[in-house]
Design a protein around this ligand. Structure first.
Ligand SMILES: Cc1ncc(C[n+]2csc(CCOP(=O)(O)OP(=O)(O)O)c2C)c(N)n1
Ligand code: SF4
Length: 283
């Protein structure tokens, strides 16, 4: 049974007090409590403060291009669906640059676990507005305030029939740990949009700002009722719900592709004679 020290990677270079620490600790506790050994999972990220997440863990990792986290995670999962594959991204990385991948990963229902560190700002590049920045927010790049309407990723996920859509808060580690465990146990694409205070560049959505608004979704709430979930996902203002907002049990992509449904690609024998025939057909 692994313990927390088994997942320890490099020392984080995040600012003191950054919400990313809460996410890292919640993740390590979740995998440790599930008994998931480091060699059994892969963490994929792009670029950004959230993109550094895999460096701070000991496991299989892939740190790729900004916005391209989900295609890489999809490829890894399709090649080896015995491996738990988690994708970690910032709100800019996932909902901005990678927005189209976000949409199609949910439609395909690839069994990848997506954790978005949503600090409502571009952290690594020093505070430009991201798709989840609130309308009117003034930044160095948006001196007249953000003109675009704020993206609601959880409502978008419900609209796209995402298999599991949740919202967590980096300042409520126990609750976040529970959500991460539920996501890892769910069969299907999972999104956890994690409210993550950026103490350096987002002076609006602070720990205090979130604490005054977030509340745990009521135990009697039914996350399998899609119309109710859409209504719950749209709540954003004086009250912000955290917990599982929507889930369903759709078939996953790797089970629907006949050549890999029974056995992952990495466990299949390479038959060069088939390649030879194909090459001869085309050349
Ligand atoms: C294709 C591309 N565009 C832009 C950049 C510059 N860039 C690096 S990190 C970053 C912002 C990261 O913000 P976010 O994804 O929200 O993550 P955070 O740092 O807040 O965790 C940008 C724009 C890049 N590296 N590659
Ligand atoms: S700039 Fe913001 S997101 Fe980046 S490490 Fe500092 S507090 Fe965290």
């Amino acid at each position: 049974m692994p313990d927390l020290s088994d997942y320890k990677g490099q020392t984080p270079a995040w600012c003191m007090g950054c919400g990313n620490f809460g996410i890292l600790n919640a993740f390590k506790k979740a995998v440790s409590e599930l008994g998931l050994e480091p060699h059994r999972f892969t963490i994929v990220s792009g670029i950004g403060q959230a993109g550094k997440f895999p460096h701070y863990l000991k496991c299989n990792t892939f740190n790729g291009l900004h916005g391209r986290t989900l295609p890489v995670a999809t490829g890894i999962r399709l090649a080896n669906h015995d491996m738990v594959v988690a994708a970690v991204a910032g709100d800019g990385d996932c909902y901005g640059e990678g927005g189209n991948h976000f949409i199609h990963a949910m439609r395909r229902n690839i069994n990848v676990k997506l954790f978005v560190h949503d600090n409502q700002i571009y952290g690594l590049t020093k505070g430009q507005a991201s798709p989840t920045s609130m309308e009117g927010m003034v930044t160095k790049n948006q001196p007249f305030g953000v003109f675009s309407e704020q993206l609601n990723p959880v409502a978008l996920a419900v609209a796209l029939d995402c298999s599991f859509a949740a919202r967590g808060f980096a300042g409520d580690m126990e609750h976040l740990k529970g959500l991460i465990k539920e996501a890892l146990n769910h069969k299907g694409f999972t999104l956890i949009d994690i409210l993550q205070p950026c103490v350096t560049f987002n002076k609006i959505n602070t720990y205090e700002w979130y604490r005054q608004r977030v509340y745990h979704i009521e135990p009697e709430y039914n996350p399998e009722d899609r119309a109710g979930a859409f209504k719950k996902a749209l709540e954003w203002g004086d009250r912000i719900p955290i917990g599982i907002i929507y889930k369903n049990h759709r078939p996953v992509l790797e089970d629907r592709i006949p050549v890999i449904a029974d056995k992952p690609l990495v466990r299949q024998l390479f038959d060069s004679s088939k390649l030879k025939n194909t090459l001869e057909e085309f050349y």
